[in-house]
Design a protein around this ligand. Structure first.
Ligand SMILES: CC(C)(COP(=O)(O)OP(=O)(O)OC[C@H]1O[C@@H](n2cnc3c(N)ncnc32)[C@H](O)[C@@H]1OP(=O)(O)O)[C@@H](O)C(=O)NCCC(=O)NCCS
Length: 182
């Protein structure tokens, strides 16, 4: 981890963070799903009265390293979720280190700093999702104590997109004559 420090992201980091978000999505073979922009990150993370996420970044410490490569080489982005069973919790949305900077302890430092933030915010758990083929990341989390709930409890992730929501609402309106709330 020599030569790199982990710090809280600032508004001016959003261009580099969105670049790494795109790189992570490419690694996950889902890059067509990235619709967010640096402006969106800035608004949601730095201009909202209650920011919608917290982000830690790994930054090259000295000028020479910054001249040789990117200033930011990794990030960990998290946000609150709420467990009805245990209360306030933290969700780790993304953890990423650029390929040529992996294996130097930067990912571990980003995860440990997120763990410290999680406890200091009084959260009951740190939760995240990982693709089933991403065995290196699954091993990375499990070797640091993360529990695999898909195996232990059988959870599956369900998502509704706006078109799914609209279809559901209009089907309900057709069936019940219910005009809905909106
Ligand atoms: C997972 C990741 C953040 C780890 O970052 P890192 O800086 O390489 O982590 P560290 O140097 O602290 O530790 C290296 C550990 O990660 C493991 N690892 C996982 N993927 C790796 C990779 N692609 N290259 C090198 N090491 C990797 C190593 O085996 C090592 O494990 P160990 O310490 O338990 O033996 C990084 O590999 C990464 O960005 N991967 C691609 C994106 C990803 O899968 N993110 C998680 C999605 S939820």
């Amino acid at each position: 981890m020599a030569g790199y420090k982990v710090r809280a992201a600032e508004s001016g980091d959003c261009e580099e963070i969105i670049r790494m978000i795109q790189e992570l999505a490419e690694y996950e073979k889902l890059s067509d799903q990235v619709k967010n922009t640096a402006e969106g990150l800035r608004r949601d993370g730095f201009e909202e009265p209650s920011p919608l996420f917290r982000c830690l970044v790994a930054e090259a410490e000295d000028e020479q390293k910054r001249a040789e490569g990117p200033r930011l080489v990794g990030y960990a982005l998290s946000h609150y979720i709420y467990s009805t069973w245990e209360g306030r919790s933290l969700y780790l949305e993304d953890l990423y280190v650029m390929p040529s900077y992996r294996g130097k302890g930067i990912g571990s430092k980003l995860l440990t700093a997120t763990a410290e933030m999680c406890l200091s915010l009084g959260c009951a758990r740190l939760q995240l999702s990982v693709l089933d083929w991403n065995q290196p990341a699954i091993s990375f989390y499990q070797s640091r104590g993360g529990r695999n709930l898909s195996d232990e409890e059988g959870w599956r992730i369900i998502r509704f997109l706006p078109e799914d929501l609209r279809r559901m609402i209009s089907k309900n309106a057709e069936r019940d004559g219910d005009p809905g709330l909106l």
